[in-house]
Design a protein around this ligand. Structure first.
Ligand SMILES: NC(=O)CC[C@H](N)C(=O)O
Length: 412
C-alpha cells in the first residue's frame, strides 16, 4: 500500500503521559489523536486482531493496552471491523508500525485513530505496564497529550509532581467500571434483519432468532446467517412483547460493555424468555445475564481475560478449546456439581457450569438442564480468534430445530 507524507517516528512525536489511579506513571509519545482519554485500563494479549479489538463495543470506556509489541503493521481494512466505529476510550501500544503493509490495507491505523478522535500513547514499556496491571488489577487511568498535557509534564528530567497531581485528580474523578450500565450506549437504535447467507442465501430460514444487541459484534449474526438463520437484531431497550411478536425459534443475548450487575432490564427480559420456554443462547455479557436470570451473582475479576489464546475446558466432552476472550466480570456459580438455580426457589431447575477457564478456573459457560438455555463467557464467533468454538452456533441451531419438532409433536 502506498502512503502519502512522512509517517511520524519517535523523534518527532510529542510527549504523552499515562497515569494510573494508583500513582503509576509512564512517559511516552503521543499516538493517534492528541488530548485526554479516561477509562478503565486493561490489557489484551492477542498477537493479531487489533481491528477487531478496537471496534468491539465491549471495550467502550476502556483504555486498551496491547501486549503485542508492534501494532498497525497490517493497517486498516474494510473487512475486519466488528462494528461501525472504534469503541476503545484510549489506546496504548509499544511500537506503532511506521507504514502499513498488507494487500488488504486501505488506510493507516494511526490515521484511523485520529479520525475517530481516539487518544493513544506509544513508546510505552507495555511489558512493565502489563505486569503492573496483573499484580494490581485493572483500574482507572488517563492518557494526556497535546493541549491536555499539564505544564511541567514534559520536563527533560521527567514529569513534575504538580503535573502528575493534576492528571491523577482527573483519573480519580472518572467513574469506576464496577456499577456502570453501558449496553444502551452501544446498542443499535433500531432493529434490523440479517438474512440467511452463503449456501442458504435466498432460501426459507432454517430458524428465526431474535438477537438482543447489547454491543453485538458483526461476526455473530453472520455466524447464524451462514447456518440458514434469519436474525432480527433488536435494540437493548426491546420489550418482551416485541421479542415474542417476532415468533422467534430462539433468543440470543450478545456481548457488551459494563458491569452485568447493572443489567436489571436484560435480566427481567431474559426471565420472560425462559418462562415462555424459548431456546436461548448467550455470549459473554449474555452469559452473565443468563447467570443472573437463574439467580447467581457476578463479580469483578482482578484484571480479566482479554486475548485470543485462552484455553477453555468443555466439561461434557473433555475437549479443550483455544478461544478469544474479552471479559472483566464473571459468573459466581457452584463448579463442583450441577446446582438448583437459586432464583425463585429453583424455578428454572438445575444448572451446570459447562465450561471452565483453564488458566484460572473461572466459569466460562452455563447450561440449564431443565430448560433449553445455554451460554458461554468466551467468543465462539471467533473475531478475532481461533475457530474452535464455532460449533456452538450449530448447537444453538440444533436446539431450536429439535425444540420446534418436540413442540409440534406435543401439539394436540
Ligand atoms: N465482552 C463482553 O461481553 C464483556 C462483558 C462484561 N462487560 C465484562 O467485562 O465482563
Amino acid at each position: 500500500m502506498s502512503t502519502a507524507g512522512t509517517p511520524p517516528d519517535a523523534r518527532t512525536r510529542s510527549t504523552a503521559l499515562l497515569v494510573l489511579e494508583d500513582g503509576y506513571v509512564l512517559c511516552g509519545k503521543a499516538y493517534g489523536a492528541s488530548g485526554r482519554a479516561l477509562g478503565e485500563i486493561v490489557f489484551n494479549t492477542g498477537m493479531t486482531g487489533y481491528q477487531e479489538t478496537l471496534t468491539d463495543p465491549s471495550y467502550h470506556r476502556q483504555i486498551v493496552v496491547m501486549t503485542a509489541p508492534h501494532v498497525g503493521n497490517t493497517g486498516v481494512n474494510d473487512e475486519d471491523p466488528e462494528s461501525s466505529r472504534i469503541w476503545v476510550a484510549g489506546y496504548v501500544v509499544r511500537d506503532p508500525a511506521r507504514r502499513a503493509s498488507s494487500w488488504r490495507a486501505r488506510r493507516e491505523l494511526e490515521d484511523e485513530l485520529r479520525g475517530a478522535a481516539v487518544v493513544g500513547v506509544c513508546e510505552i514499556d507495555t511489558r512493565a505496564l502489563t505486569r503492573h496491571l496483573r499484580e494490581r488489577g485493572a483500574m482507572r487511568a488517563g492518557i494526556f497529550s497535546g493541549a491536555a498535557l499539564p505544564a511541567g509534564a514534559d520536563d527533560p528530567a521527567g514529569p513534575s509532581a504538580a503535573a502528575v497531581e493534576i492528571c491523577l485528580h482527573a483519573v480519580r474523578s472518572a467513574p469506576l467500571m464496577a456499577g456502570q450500565a453501558l449496553a444502551a450506549e452501544v446498542s443499535t437504535p433500531r432493529g434490523y434483519v440479517v438474512e440467511p447467507s452463503g449456501d442458504f442465501a435466498g432460501r426459507e430460514p432454517v430458524a428465526v432468532v431474535a438477537a438482543v444487541d447489547l454491543g453485538i459484534k458483526a461476526r455473530t449474526p453472520f455466524q447464524l446467517a451462514e447456518r440458514g438463520v434469519r436474525v432480527h437484531v433488536m435494540p437493548q431497550s426491546t420489550t418482551l412483547a416485541e421479542l415474542l411478536a417476532l415468533e422467534p425459534d430462539g433468543v440470543f443475548f450478545s456481548n457488551g460493555p459494563g458491569d452485568p450487575s447493572t443489567a436489571g432490564h436484560e435480566v427481567d427480559l431474559l426471565r420472560g424468555v425462559l418462562d415462555a420456554g424459548i431456546p436461548f443462547f448467550g455470549i459473554c455479557l449474555g452469559n452473565q445475564i443468563l447467570g443472573r436470570a437463574l439467580g447467581y451473582g457476578t463479580y469483578k475479576l482482578a484484571y480479566g481475560h482479554r486475548g485470543v489464546n485462552q484455553p477453555v475446558l468443555d466439561r461434557a466432552t473433555g475437549r479443550v478449546e483455544i478461544t478469544a476472550h474479552n471479559h472483566g466480570f464473571a459468573v459466581d456459580a457452584p463448579i463442583e456439581a450441577p446446582s438448583v438455580s437459586p432464583y425463585d426457589s429453583g424455578r428454572y431447575g438445575r444448572v451446570e457450569v459447562s465450561h471452565l477457564g483453564l488458566n484460572d478456573g473461572v466459569v466460562e459457560g452455563l447450561r440449564a438442564l431443565d430448560l433449553p438455555a445455554f451460554s458461554v463467557q468466551y467468543h465462539p464467533e471467533a473475531a478475532a480468534g481461533p475457530h474452535d468454538g464455532e460449533h456452538l452456533f450449530d448447537r444453538f441451531v440444533d436446539l431450536m430445530v429439535s425444540h420446534r419438532a418436540d413442540h409440534r409433536q406435543e401439539a394436540p
